[in-house]
Structures are given as C-alpha cells and as structure tokens.
Design a protein around this ligand. Sequence first.
Ligand SMILES: Nc1ncnc2c1ncn2[C@@H]1O[C@H](COP(=O)(O)OP(=O)(O)OP(=O)(O)O)[C@@H](O)[C@H]1O
Ligand SMILES: [Mg+2]
Length: 374
Amino acid sequence: MSNPFTLRVIPPGSPFCNRTRELEELSSHVRNKANVVLFSPRRYGKTSLVKRLQTDLERDGFFTIYGDFFMVTSVNDVAERIAKSVYTVLHQRESLLEKGVRYLKTFRTFRPVFKPSADGGLSITVEPVSPNLSGMDLLDKVLEELGEFIHSQSSAGTHVAFDEFQEITELKKSPVEGVLRKHIQEHQASYFFIGSRRRVLLDIFNQRARPFYQSAIMYPLSRLPHDELASFLVDQFKMGGKKCGTRIAEKISDKVFQYPYYAQVLAYNVYEVSGKTVNEGDIEEGFEKLLASERYGYEGIVQGLTGPQVALLRALATDPTSKILSTEYMTRHNLSIGGIQYARKKLEELGLIEQHRNVWRIVDPVFGTWLATY
Ligand SMILES: Nc1ncnc2c1ncn2[C@@H]1O[C@H](COP(=O)(O)OP(=O)(O)OP(=O)(O)O)[C@@H](O)[C@H]1O
Ligand SMILES: [Mg+2]
C-alpha cells in the first residue's frame, strides 16, 4: 500500500480535511458576483481549496478560470498569463474544432501554441499575435477581450481566480493595478485574489490611494480545526492500511499546530517509519525527519536576510512580544535600535512575522521551533 499523505496541492476529488464552511461561504460570494481576497500564510491550503471550489462551480454550470502570478516578471508576462489561463480552460473543456472557432473570435492578442508535454498530453503556451503591442497596451487589450469573453458566456456565471496576486506589486512603477481594476469592475464575474504575503496583499485593497481600495471582501483562511484534522488523519492512515488511534492523531495535530502542510508532511513521515500501528515514538521520529528536510528551506530564508532581521526573527521565535521596540526587550535579546524598525517592516512584508492580538510572533510555528533550536 502506498503512503496516503501528500505534500502537493490536493486535486479536487482526493481526500480533503474539512473546509466545508469555507466552501459554502466562498461559493455564496461567487454566486453574488462578489470579489474576494483569500489570504493566509503559505501552505494553508488556499490553492487546494480554490481548485475544489472551481470544480464544484463547474458542476453547477459556471465557467472558471485559474491564473497564477507566481514570480511574474513583466507587464507582458501578466497579460500572457491571463491569456494562457483562458486558453487552458478552453482546451480542457471543448473539442479542438469548436476551440479553433472560438479562439479566433474572442482572443486576438495572443494565439495558443500546443506542445506535447512529458505526461503524454498537450501543454499550452501563448504567443502575441502582433509584436507591436506590448506592456500596458497589451494588458489593456487582453483584459478587454477577457471582458468580451465573459460577456459572451452563456454559463451560470464566471469565476476568475488569480493566485499569488500580490506578486504584481513586484512590477514597480507600472500602473498594473489601475488597469486591472478598471476592467475587472466592468466584468460580470466574481474574482478571487489569492495570496500569502498578507501585508503586501492587504495593502493593495486597503490603502485609500490605491485602485483596488475596498473593492473586495477580505477572507482569511485559518488552520484546520483540531478535531477534524485528527479524524482526517485516522481515516487516512486507515486508507493506507495502518492503525492510528485518535489520541496519537491528536498528538500529530498538536505537534504541527493544525498547520495543513505540516500535518501532511509529519503524517507522511510517521507513515514511513511506523509499523502496522502508529505509536508515540513514531511521531518523534517523523518530526525529526520533517525538520531534516525542511531545514534547507529554512536556511534559504535566513540566508536571504540581514543581520538585524535574523536577530529579530530569533528573538521572536523564543519570545513573542507586543513591545519589540521597548528598551527592555531589545536589551534582553541584544538587539540594537538601529535597523530594528526596518527589520520588522521587512519581515512582515515577507510574511515571516505577524501581529496577532497585539503580539508579534513568527508566522510559521515549525520554522519558529527550528529557529529557536538551531
Ligand atoms: N483541507 C486540507 N486537508 C488536508 N491537507 C491539506 C488541506 N489543505 C491543504 N492541505 C495540504 O497543505 C499543503 C499546502 O496546500 P496548498 O498548496 O493548497 O496551500 P497554499 O495555501 O496554496 O500554499 P502556498 O501559499 O504555498 O501557495 C499541501 O501539502 C496539502 O496537501
Ligand atoms: Mg498556493
């Protein structure tokens, strides 16, 4: 039997823990054509949730589009990714013949290019039809065409998800936000803006001077409920042919603070080291393995930071506080006043620290555990 735990985005239809309330609420927002900012720290399950939501919506006759702005490099790239997201869904849905006609009718800025992919299917890229059109003009045109396309749909409605949306802020000095907003507000669709760098994402929607100001519902995604997660783990172990009692499953849930990704990683490792029945020792061994593999990522994060940023991060790992800038806190942790304010701002932008009920703390508790001990 194979390991039933996964470290990847969960495909719709595969075992999923809870999120029933979230699916209901989000689905209702889509039906109301509301725009939503779906945010959480990294690896809480935003993408898995939205893919599931879109599958449900499609079953109800909606047309859904999923675009990803991860590491977007230019305005042309934004336009290209939007075009690609539409072609991808058309490709999945329609016969090649119908597609040919529709492509030509609605999208004139980009044409799709099909290439055989490693898995034996076809992968899609897009290329601009007119090399003279680029930058903001190209983006403007693509969004206009997207609007026409949405308008021409006879489906129950259209849902557009833009994942890692905060990455558009990396394109400094270009009015991408303004152009996106101008078109999106005209589109008869529900847009989801998804992301994990909370400060950067929320600033797009909550700063008065910015185009997207107050144009969407803020929807934070939380960790998984402890009881639900424990029973999910019990079921998954069972599916993999092993017995894991509720008490042991609860320990796994506690050990990773109900963090979806770490729950999967820890359970994955526990499954690997355990016999027919999971015991407490397996949890410790599994956790060691988890840290051993995560540490490369953690080291990468720390290496990208400055001295004051690392010092502050380490202080918060062992001692969360509401008074970072107090003399007492700084003395206790050997922090110097110079640079600490900037360090706090930068760490928050990177999504590494957050203020929760007034207290500053590390966002990722397992990273915190590692920081406190290395
Ligand atoms: N409801 C769930 N039940 C069980 N496991 C989950 C659930 N949601 C997410 N996971 C697990 O959490 C991990 C992260 O999921 P996903 O990639 O969807 O999160 P994300 O928030 O989009 O992450 P990122 O911020 O890196 O884009 C995956 O390993 C997935 O298996
Ligand atoms: Mg994601």
